[in-house]
Design a protein around this ligand. Structure first.
Ligand code: MG
Ligand code: MG
Length: 276
C-alpha cells in the first residue's frame, strides 16, 4: 500500500518549488512577447518549449496522458485546454495561455489571458479586456484570501465575491484549481466559488495552483471534438488566469510571479514574503 503523501510541504520542499515556478513564468513571458496577429498557436508552443528546455526543465503538460504540447492556447469561446495548432491569431482575439515546467522533480503551473488590439472593433476589445481584468482580479482576490484564510474554502468564496461584484459573469464550475508539488495536479481541489466543505487547513507547507476560469456569458461548457478544448455553449468569450502559490512560515509567495505577487497583491494590502 502506498503511503498517502501529505498535502503540506516541508520548508526545503517549498524552496525547491521556487525555480520551477520562475521557469514557468519565464516561458509565459516569452510567449507573451510573441503574441500578435499572424502568429500561430503552435509557434507559441514552440517558444515555450524552447525556454523550458533551455532551463534544464521539462514540460509537465507533456506528462499529462495523451497531451503532446507544452502549453494550452484557448481562443475566444475556448476557455481552457485548447490545443496549439495552425490557428492563426487575429486582431481582437482573446487568448489564454497555460504552461507548466517541472524542474528537479518539482512543478510550476500558471496561465494568463491577453486581448489582441483591434481598432476596428473597440467595443469587442474593451469587453474582452474587462473580462480578463475581472478574471485576473479574482485570481489576486483568491491569493490574497489565502494569506489570511484558516480554511481553503475561503479562497473560492473570495474569488466568487470578486467576480459577482464586477457584473454579469459566469465562473466555470466543473474545472478547478489544485495542489501542486511533485506532481502538477495534486490534492486538494481549489474551487473558484463558494463551497460548504471548509476544505483543508491553510497552514505553512500548502502549495496551490489557483486558477479561476471566467466567461462573459453563461458558464455552461462542452468539450470539443478534439477531446480537450473546453468551450462555452453560448459562444461567449472566456478568460483563464493562474498562479502557483506557497504558504510558508513567513506568509505567502507567488511562485510563478517574478515579484512573488507584490504588484497583484498590493491592492489587497498583502505583501508577499520570500521563502526563507
Ligand atoms: Mg495551468
Ligand atoms: Mg493548473
Amino acid at each position: 500500500m502506498a503511503l498517502r503523501r501529505s498535502i503540506y510541504k516541508t520548508p526545503a520542499q517549498l524552496r525547491a518549488m521556487v525555480e520551477p515556478g520562475l521557469i514557468t513564468a519565464r516561458a509565459l513571458a516569452a510567449v507573451r512577447e510573441l503574441i500578435a496577429p499572424g502568429i500561430t498557436t503552435l509557434e507559441l508552443d514552440a517558444e515555450a518549449s524552447r525556454i523550458i528546455t533551455a532551463a534544464g526543465a521539462k514540460s509537465n503538460f507533456q506528462m499529462v496522458r495523451g497531451y503532446r504540447h507544452t502549453i494550452c492556447t484557448s481562443v475566444d469561446e475556448q476557455v481552457v485546454h485548447g490545443i496549439p495548432g495552425d490557428r492563426v491569431l487575429r486582431a481582437g482575439d482573446i487568448l489564454s495561455v497555460d504552461a507548466g515546467a517541472e524542474y528537479q522533480g518539482w512543478n510550476g503551473d500558471s496561465a494568463f489571458t491577453i486581448v489582441l488590439p483591434d481598432p476596428s472593433r473597440p467595443e469587442v476589445v474593451a469587453a474582452r479586456e474587462e473580462l480578463s481584468r475581472v478574471t485576473e482580479g479574482s485570481l489576486w482576490a483568491g491569493i490574497a484570501a489565502l494569506a489570511t484564510a484558516r480554511r481553503l474554502n475561503e479562497v473560492g468564496a473570495a474569488i466568487q465575491d470578486y467576480v459577482d461584484a464586477q457584473g454579469e459573469y459566469g465562473i466555470l464550475a466543473d474545472y478547478v484549481g489544485h495542489g501542486i508539488g511533485r506532481k502538477m495536479h495534486e490534492s486538494p481541489s481549489v474551487f473558484n466559488y463558494r463551497v460548504s466543505d471548509p476544505g483543508p487547513e491553510v497552514r505553512p507547507g500548502l502549495v496551490l495552483a489557483i486558477e479561476p476560469m471566467v466567461v462573459a456569458g453563461d458558464p455552461a461548457t462542452f468539450i470539443e471534438e478534439d477531446d480537450w478544448t473546453v468551450s462555452t455553449v453560448d459562444g461567449s468569450a472566456g478568460s483563464h488566469w493562474e498562479h502557483s502559490v506557497a504558504v510558508h512560515d513567513g506568509g505567502i509567495w507567488v511562485l510563478t510571479a517574478p515579484d512573488g505577487g507584490a504588484a497583484g497583491l498590493a491592492a489587497f494590502g498583502i505583501e508577499p514574503q520570500p521563502i526563507g
